[in-house]
Design a protein around this ligand. Structure first.
Ligand code: PLP
Length: 407
């Protein structure tokens, strides 16, 4: 009989929609003469910075083409430790670091380490955790919805506490995909206290650690002591490097990192050494890193403000202004007409965007029918002018004409 793990996993709706858009976009452009707006992407349109791609060539020429050391080369781990130290995280050694194929593999290994367990997670939840990571590990997700209140996304701590007893893990993703919420130190501290109280481990997905805006600060859960915290990082977003598949997982419990290292070795044999080298350079060349990230973040900050300023009059004070990542998660209840009979709301909302030449991800991808009126809009891969035009089309063609928030 086939391992049930393989019958539980599915294709993320994000991948399905990207396939569909490949067909829809050129037809829309041919019909309208306009430029289709790709707001569905979860990756940067920018190329990987040259200081990193150069380092790959040099690493290949230097012969870093043989079997890797499982769990990561010592110099890769040192680069991770230097990067963590630059953000104030110390007291960690090589034995606390594991090099993985992207954040996704890091998350999968941690979930696998708690196979079959119940995982409490804040909804909306990154679709890959729902469709792949949790089901592959045989874990069940137990969502706690973030509460949308007056433009804020609040944690229902009573519900978290009610769900923690007997849970294996709490999955925290800050900055969060898809909402853009950045969890505050006070929120993380309270969550950590609850997990300690109930003996629950934490998997902290910090994929968007560098993407914070308007004075918000990313707080790593590694700031809190304890062997129960797994922080999962990736180079995908910070270095426009989604195709290189490299990341790292950090835990103060060296014994568990040793076990995850064996898991990583079993699955992949280790991350390609010349890629490890290039991203060791990426993380430790402070001046190059700064020269790449600073203008990028300024650009993203501006785009975030453009979108917020445009949508605020339509969505009203309920609109959450994301403090991190590069997404808006819009609640369009009351702003789009009801779906025609026989058509699901989520599909209808998506169709309105596609008809207006805009690709978005339906909210249902992040937690099911509860988010049928939501869409995720990404500002990671669109230039300013195209964005402005897309926003105008959105107001004219997607929302009910003259719709005002609260209507
Ligand atoms: C919330 C979140 N975590 C982790 C990842 C992992 O990315 P990767 O596997 O490319 O490192 C992503 C990618 O989209 C993400 O959105």
């Amino acid at each position: 009989m086939l391992n049930p793990a393989f019958t539980r996993i599915g294709l993320s709706p994000i991948v399905e929609i990207s396939e569909r858009i490949r067909d829809v976009a050129p037809r829309w452009e041919a019909r309208t003469g306009g430029k289709f707006a790709f707001l569905q992407r979860g990756e940067l349109a920018d190329n990987t910075p040259a200081y990193i791609t150069r380092a790959i060539g040099q690493a290949i020429e230097a012969g870093l083409t043989r079997y890797p050391k499982s769990g990561g080369e010592p110099w890769f781990k040192d680069a991770v430790l230097a990067r963590l130290a630059a953000t104030g995280l110390t007291g960690l050694g090589r034995e606390n670091v594991l090099c993985t194929y992207g954040g996704q593999e890091g998350l999968q290994l941690v979930f696998n380490a708690f196979a079959g367990g119940r995982v409490v997670a804040f909804a909306p939840i990154w679709s890959c955790v729902i469709d792949n990571i949790a089901p592959y590990a045989g874990c069940t997700l137990d969502p706690v919805a973030l509460v949308e209140r007056d433009g804020a996304l609040e944690i229902d701590f009573a519900q978290v506490e009610a769900k923690l007893p007997g849970a294996a893990l709490l999955y925290v993703n800050s900055p969060q995909n898809p909402s853009g919420k950045v969890f505050s130190r006070a929120e993380l501290s309270r969550l950590n206290d609850l997990c300690v109280k109930h003996g629950v481990s934490i998997v902290s997905d910090e994929a968007y650690e560098d993407f914070v805006f308007g004075g918000a600060k990313h707080i790593s859960l590694l700031e809190f002591p304890g062997d129960h915290i797994f922080a999962v990082f990736t180079c995908s977003k910070s270095y426009a490097a989604t195709g290189f598949r490299i990341g790292y997982t950090v835990c103060r419990n060296a014994d568990i990192i040793g076990k995850l290292t064996l898991g990583e070795y079993t699955q992949t044999g280790g991350v390609v050494p010349f890629i490890q080298k290039a991203f060791a350079v990426a993380m430790t060349s402070e001046a190059d890193r700064e020269a790449w990230l600073r203008p990028l973040l300024e650009k993203f900050n501006r785009r975030r403000d453009v979108i917020y300023d445009h949508l605020r009059p339509v969505l009203g004070p309920a609109l959450y202004r994301p403090e991190g990542a590069f997404y808006f998660f819009l609640n369009l209840k009351g702003l789009v007409p009801p779906a025609p009979a026989g058509m699901a709301t989520g599909e209808f909302v998506l169709q309105r965007f596609l008809d207006a030449g805009i690709a978005v991800i339906p909210g249902t991808a992040f937690g099911g029918p509860e988010y049928a009126h939501h869409v995720r809009l990404s500002f990671s891969g669109i230039e300013d002018e195209a964005l402005e035009r897309a926003l105008e089309r959105m107001t004219k063609q997607v929302f009910i004409s003259g719709a005002k928030a609260g209507a």
